[in-house]
Design a protein around this ligand. Structure first.
Ligand code: HEC
Ligand code: HEC
Ligand code: HEC
Ligand code: HEC
Ligand code: HEC
Ligand code: HEC
Ligand code: HEC
Length: 403
């Protein structure tokens, strides 16, 4: 009896191992056979994988596991009151989490958390209905440590009908249903039209993965697996060889706002491409003085003298693309000082702050946190609109508060 049990578990183990092996060999990436998937990079790029895997980019969208969902489901912190008869409650049912609408104590409507967006300051969620996703009315905000209305939603009326379309996925995921055909719209411009308008959940790749930034890498992987002694990278775009503009474009794809006319889908972008082949500014719509702090780091940075007057500044001057931005202002100040060795502040400025703190706080004064006008939300039972605070990338002289 015991023997058979052991034999059986060995057999099961062997099956399991074979299963795993087969799975990685037969990995099929929904983007096509040119792609290898992030898992395949670990064996040779452990360092990059470990940092990137924990970054906000990897969690820019994610599956609705309990671990991933920010926000409370118990202890009275899971209820949002619209009026005396209407409330929305976060509930766990079986293995899924829901936003449930009650009217006069009776359940009226319930939708599950199916896709999560965001992780650093806030998280909003969507549910699937047929081939489309719709936003859940409540989102979680770290600044409040609680649920509040999703951006722009009413605090008195519940709405389950706002669609989360492909645009959101274009900046927050690595793929969703992207098959394209080329058609010419006029004699000059080639438009690339997606074959499917609807979204297919099986083609969703959560988060911004290695190949979203580096382009398809299957051939790179195969080559280096076959020739492990090769020390020079093969079959992959090297950022080192790109121009400043190309490097900036690779980030600006998602960090330069969303107000331009689209020519091609963001999903088709590969490092080295020109962003001007993907978007065209809409004449007149370019309200450049009022770029919002949300989603337009490049627009703001490009207004700074630092950016305009230096030949090399790009996003990587201050950010490691595999890591989150650091909370450590001393590190950033050192980067500032690498170009600003002999800045002389006026006596007036120096009376507001000690010399040492000045050296560690360039960012506090020259890249202050500002309110987003694009994103506002309301907490339960609150008339007050809360704003979303982000650091501006317009490096400049701002009025300082005397301490
Ligand atoms: C079998 C080993 C192997 C695998 C698997 C592998 N790489 Fe590489 N990769 C290398 C080697 C070797 C280099 C060159 C040395 C270096 O830069 O680390 C390299 C370099 C790179 C570079 C730098 C290119 C440059 O010139 O700047 C990138 C980007 C890269 N790999 C991305 C990936 C991605 C993405 C994956 C997974 C899809 C991946 N690699 C999987 C071996 C591998
Ligand atoms: C495909 C779209 C996309 C591309 C390409 C992209 N980003 Fe992002 N980035 C995002 C999104 C979305 C977030 C917000 C993630 C979140 O918090 O949920 C983000 C967040 C960040 C953050 C803040 C992370 C944190 O937690 O502090 C930094 C810094 C950043 N990106 C820099 C870059 C740089 C540098 C590049 C170019 C190498 C780049 N991004 C390319 C979409 C993108
Ligand atoms: C043009 C690219 C782009 C599009 C389109 C876009 N986002 Fe974002 N989103 C970003 C970037 C970049 C950030 C993080 C930096 C910031 O806020 O400036 C972000 C931040 C967020 C956050 C907060 C994450 C955090 O940092 O805590 C949420 C939630 C979010 N987006 C949801 C959405 C939803 C839902 C849509 C569609 C309605 C959408 N986004 C469309 C680029 C985009
Ligand atoms: C947000 C975009 C982004 C993501 C996601 C990303 N990379 Fe990178 N990676 C870059 C950029 C940009 C560089 C060039 C950095 C530079 O020149 O300073 C780079 C450089 C590299 C290099 C060259 C060595 C180095 O560290 O500079 C390797 C190897 C690499 N990436 C592998 C990976 C792997 C593996 C993943 C996934 C686990 C990944 N990258 C995810 C943007 C990204
Ligand atoms: C790559 C080099 C470089 C880096 C890094 C850099 N700057 Fe600059 N910065 C410049 C240049 C060049 C100018 C223009 C100087 C001039 O006009 O004489 C400038 C101008 C400025 C100005 C004057 C702005 C104005 O509108 O008059 C301030 C303030 C400033 N930088 C602060 C910073 C801070 C703070 C940091 C770090 C967060 C930083 N810089 C990082 C190169 C840089
Ligand atoms: C001169 C340095 C500098 C440059 C250049 C720079 N950043 Fe930043 N970035 C910062 C600092 C400082 C922060 C704030 C970090 C913090 O508060 O923890 C930051 C934060 C961010 C955040 C998170 C915003 C937030 O408030 O959570 C994003 C997203 C980001 N940067 C994207 C970019 C992109 C994209 C580029 C290139 C267009 C870029 N950055 C260029 C210094 C820089
Ligand atoms: C307490 C806020 C504060 C801090 C901290 C601070 N600055 Fe300034 N900075 C100012 C103000 C205010 C001005 C304009 C008046 C002046 O020059 O004193 C200024 C001016 C500047 C200028 C423009 C000078 C010129 O000649 O046009 C540069 C460059 C600059 N700062 C860089 C830095 C750097 C680099 C750091 C970090 C080492 C830093 N600042 C820290 C408030 C600050």
């Amino acid at each position: 009896m015991k023997k058979t049990a052991i034999l059986f578990s060995i057999f099961a183990l062997v099956l399991l191992l074979m299963g795993c092996k087969n799975e990685s060999d037969n990995y099929i990436d929904p983007r096509g056979t040119d792609y290898a998937g992030s898992e395949s990079c670990i064996q040779c790029h452990q360092a990059q994988y470990e940092t990137a895997f924990h970054s906000s980019h990897f969690k820019a969208s994610s599956p609705p596991t309990k671990e991933n969902i920010l926000g409370h489901f118990t202890n009275g912190r899971n209820t949002f009151v619209y009026d005396k008869d209407t409330k929305l409650v976060m509930e766990e049912r079986n293995d899924s989490l829901y936003q449930v609408l009650y009217k006069n104590g009776k359940e009226v409507e319930a939708h599950s958390f199916d896709v999560l967006f965001g992780t650093k300051h806030a998280q909003t969620s969507a549910y699937w209905k047929n081939h489309y996703t719709f936003e859940l009315p409540l989102s979680y905000y770290k600044s409040l440590n609680s649920w509040a209305t999703s951006p722009g939603y009413s605090a008195t009326k519940v709405n389950f009908e706002r669609q989360i379309d492909k645009e959101c996925y274009g900046c927050h995921s690595s793929n969703i249903a992207s098959r394209y055909v080329e058609t010419s719209s006029d004699s000059i411009t080639f438009m690339t039209i997606e074959v499917e308008d609807f979204m297919n959940k099986n083609t969703l790749l959560y988060g911004i993965d290695c190949e979203r930034c580096h382009g398809p890498a299957k051939q790179h992987v195969q080559k280096h697996l076959k020739f492990p002694d090769l020390k020079i990278a093969q079959n992959i775009v090297s950022f080192k060889k790109l121009t400043r503009q190309q490097k900036i474009d690779a980030c600006a794809l998602c960090h330069s706002g969303n107000d331009k006319a689209k020519i091609k889908s963001r999903f088709q972008f590969k490092p080295g491409d020109k962003l001007s082949d993907y978007f065209r500014a809409i004449p007149g719509s370019n309200d450049s003085i009022h770029y919002d702090v949300h989603g337009n780091q490049l627009g703001l940075l490009a207004q700074s003298k630092c950016f305009k007057k230096s030949e090399r500044m790009d996003c990587m001057t201050c950010h490691n693309p595999h890591e989150n931005s650091s909370q450590n202002m001393v590190v950033y100040s050192k980067i500032c000082m690498s170009c600003h060795q002999q800045t002389k502040h006026t006596e007036m400025t120096l009376t507001t702050i000690s010399k040492k703190s000045l050296q560690n706080n360039c960012v506090e004064c020259h890249m202050p946190k500002q309110m987003s006008n694009a994103i506002t939300f309301q907490a339960s039972n609150s008339k007050k609109k809360s704003n979303y605070m982000l650091r501006t990338h317009k490096i400049a002289v701002y009025p300082t508060n005397k301490k």
